[in-house]
Design a protein around this ligand. Structure first.
Ligand SMILES: [Zn+2]
Length: 454
């Protein structure tokens, strides 16, 4: 089916213009004034923005953390994604210790069946050795161009030497590595200290891993990447001090990419004192107002490359299944549905960023950086992943009015403006007037290299 989207304002990272867009055979066929196509279904986007489908660089669907399995799998997570205008997610396919990357990739392909948005995988490497290194070319053939290493979690963390070696190997392969930056040894000592003071509930969580726990790890990663001579990506940056360390590395001439998340822009550690404080137990923890402000300024200045959600949702029953002990509360929260609305409401509508910057952060930037070469921009020849964004919508996020499967949202209570009225995925209209009419149409997106952006 062909579509002619008329009267909308097309927003790309480079600029905006009121123009019509013709979609044929899954791609953008033409753009311009007064396009005609007798067979095309017309979509009137009067009063709306037409945006390139959003790409979420950071989701955890159908993940078993050892203590709990996430409330959202690819079916429910993908549904929530597209209803918020996210047409592609990059999920973390996680290697098991003793297992291979190929096994993890195949497992995640199985998990992703029936997903309503497109998807690709960052491979999370839990064990770096010669065998893992030898698998990188096969991963490239399968369209994987990015990896993740953890400095934390007993089942996932790798040592600094492994980070150094993996960074070098990834560079040779034309791939990019993202790293979860926190100092595991120190934060574990602090967990014991905080608990010894009697602070065992959610309020103890941010005290156990304050800003320097992240900043030290970012600084260390920057120096390791400097020694390896490799580009590097920091996932879910949450602090002004971590940002300062990344800036220092860039000033030395290093190629550094940064991702933050809506929760680090909009929520603070005051949330842990709330009755439902368990909801906000995630790592890194929520920070201070001054950290949020520093991250907003960095967004406006173009210093941050991507906004992912780190969607890793659990039900309240799961959050509380081991009691109120912050060390044992499953880490993570929902967010995949609301990233666009939150950035539009608190970024664009508040005048902190322009609509073009929003598209750069949600679509064009991630597409270029992670090698989704025919997405992220509205132009002839590109895949037709499109969002008709209605700026007139006003609503409020609650724990119960969301599309994801978890029964809570860290953003509950926040008012939002704008919504994804219609969504085209691979040239099909899958969301119509805010309703998912064609579920399960997502496809695996094989990626090509990573794109140097800095
Ligand atoms: Zn994560």
């Amino acid at each position: 089916m062909d579509f002619l989207i008329q009267n909308g304002v097309v927003v790309n990272a480079e600029g905006s213009a009121r123009t019509d867009v013709l979609v044929q055979n899954g791609r953008i066929a033409a753009m311009g004034e007064g396009l005609a196509c007798v067979n095309a279904v017309r979509i009137n986007a009067e009063g709306c923005f037409l945006l390139p489908g959003f790409i979420d660089t950071h989701t955890h669907f159908d993940l078993d953390t050892g203590s709990a399995r996430t409330a959202d799998d690819f079916v429910t997570g993908g549904r929530a994604a597209v209803l918020g205008g996210t047409t592609a997610v990059l999920d973390f396919a996680t290697q098991e210790r003793g297992g291979t990357l190929v096994q993890a990739f195949d497992t995640w392909q199985e998990k992703a069946r029936g997903c309503s948005c497109n998807y690709g995988f960052h491979m999370a490497i839990a064990e770096w050795n010669d065998k893992t290194a030898a698998e990188l070319p096969e991963m490239t053939r399968r369209g994987v161009t990015s990896y993740k290493l953890y400095m934390v979690y007993d089942a996932l963390r790798v040592d600094d030497g492994a980070i150094y070696a993996a960074l070098k190997a990834a560079k040779n392969e034309g791939a990019l590595i993202g790293v979860h930056c926190e100092n595991w040894d120190v934060l574990n000592r602090r967990i014991q200290e905080v608990k010894a003071r009697g602070l065992t509930g959610p309020a103890g969580h941010p005290l156990s891993r304050p800003a320097p726990v992240e900043a030290e790890a970012v600084a260390r990663l920057m120096r390791i990447a400097e020694l390896a001579g490799s580009p590097v990506y920091v996932v879910h940056l949450s602090t002004a001090e971590g940002l300062a360390e990344a800036r220092r590395a860039r000033a030395r001439g290093q190629e550094v990419y940064l991702e933050t998340c809506p929760q680090y822009l909009l929520l603070t550690d005051a949330c842990y004192a709330a009755e439902d404080g368990v909801k906000f137990v995630m790592s890194p923890p929520l920070r201070k107002d001054s950290d949020c402000e520093a991250l907003w300024e960095a967004l406006a200045a173009g210093e941050i490359d991507c906004i992912g959600t780190d969607h890793c949702s659990f039900t309240m029953a799961q959050k509380l299944q081991y009691g109120n002990d912050f060390q044992r509360i499953p880490n993570g929260g929902a967010g995949v549905q609301h990233r666009g609305q939150l950035l539009y409401t608190y970024g664009v509508c508040k005048g902190r960023i322009t609509p073009e910057q929003m598209v750069q952060l949600l679509s064009a930037g991630p597409a270029r950086l992670f090698g989704l070469t025919d997405r992220g921009t509205i132009a002839p020849g590109m895949a037709a992943d499109l969002v008709v964004w209605d700026p007139a919508y006003e609503g409020r996020i609650s724990d119960t009015n969301t599309a994801h499967n978890a029964d809570n949202s860290p953003f509950a209570g926040l008012s939002v403006r704008g919504c994804a009225r219609d969504v085209l995925l691979n040239g099909e209209r899958i969301v119509e007037n805010g309703v998912l009419v064609l579920p399960g149409r997502g496809k695996y997106v094989a990626r090509k290299g990573y794109g140097k952006c800095r």
